[in-house]
Design a protein around this ligand. Sequence first.
Ligand SMILES: [Zn+2]
Length: 473
Amino acid sequence: MNKLLLCLLVITNFYITQAQKVSDYTIAVHFFPEDAQMWGYPVANKSFMKGQAKVEFSALDDEVLTFYLHGELKIDSITSNHTTLEYNSEKIFYDIDYSNVGLKTTITSHAAITDHTLTVYYSGFMNPSRARSLSDYMRINKAEGVFLRGFYYSLWFPVFQKSDTADDDYEVNFKQIQVKLPKAYHAAVTGKLLGETIEDDIYTAIWQPGKIKLSDIQCTAKPFEILSRDNIFVYYTDDRQSGENIIDFTQKLKQLFYSNFRNVQNAAALYIIEMPEYGNISSQNVIGISSDLYKGFNTDLFSQLTIAHELVHPYVTIPIAKDNPFSALVVEGFPSYFHLYGLTKISNHTKDFDLKRYMQRVEKSYLAKKETGKDRRGNKLPPEKPILEITFDEIGLYKDVFILSDRANLFLYHLWREMGEAQYDQFLKALFQFDSIDYDKFAGLVIQYLPNYGDNLHLWLNTTDYPDSLRVK
Ligand SMILES: [Zn+2]
């Protein structure tokens, strides 16, 4: 191969692998599930949206900017600093949109982007599609409402990420998402609801998701009824009693967390949304429960665990710096176990939730992951490493996947078994009074309750060993 060709290949390859990462989004979308005729679109008037996304990059190289949207949408214009930018759009196969079709847009007048910021104006339809799977219920539909998930599902705002690099689900600061709808609707996005107003028969909700993964942004809207108590909101269709049951359950957990762990006032709001079939999705403080499970909530462990997990975070935290080796354990390891423990306590160790059986399953999957380096679906896992070697920046990589969701749980469960419940509860109460944490301080507290546990503690936290003595018996 001649040198020039090789060089060209290297350069092309560089452009392909260098995805341009967005630092901030400010999005305004207007959904017209009732009437789209006013926009003169040729298709039926049952599904429509119009969007505007201001996109900021931390830096822009001289590379070509390409972004993707759901395939039924089209670009109306793209501007940067009052200049209209040139672009080309084409429909492509794009397997991280629920319809498998994406609108690929390439900005050709890149030099005009002077302040790292551009605004994309777009509009179009989002019809249901069964191209991928039954759980792809995304749509903007007059009869049903607006059901949109972020990255991997329905690209309802421009995403600067090719489909074959889809695992790069990075965090972006979503400064604001404004949603407009006909007045009977309510919309739930993610994060903080800054306000809802109705003016000229148009409903407007402003949400502030903050720094969050692309896949954690969702938008659900319907003429929902809303029930709320104690900062817990239930958006439901017509079954008020099930909503009351969910709030009762959530309040009970909140009280338990408050008295058993750190006694903080949890001011963060939790939104629980009745979703269509297959709608069991949660992104941070917005929890979707599919309609059948919503009605059978009291016996649905999965929905209960999801709520418990999102709720537990502020009660099991310790102030911690990013470079502290305990940061991953504290930020996602503790919450991934203590919601289980909380559920065990409020169900009074009844068969409703059997922690031991649950932990046996966790152990089994942990051992399989250790052995194969892959998860159940065959996806490659991040490298195995000791709990205290997972850095703050790697939390997203490990949480709900490996180590933080299994080894950390097995460790905290082992302490419970070794101490016995009464002692363990005292230990936790003391732990969550900590205003800082390091190895000696943490070990000191454990040793107060389990004087001979020093070697085990070292094994759990500083190694990847899993000897027989640590197993769930
Ligand atoms: Zn979490």
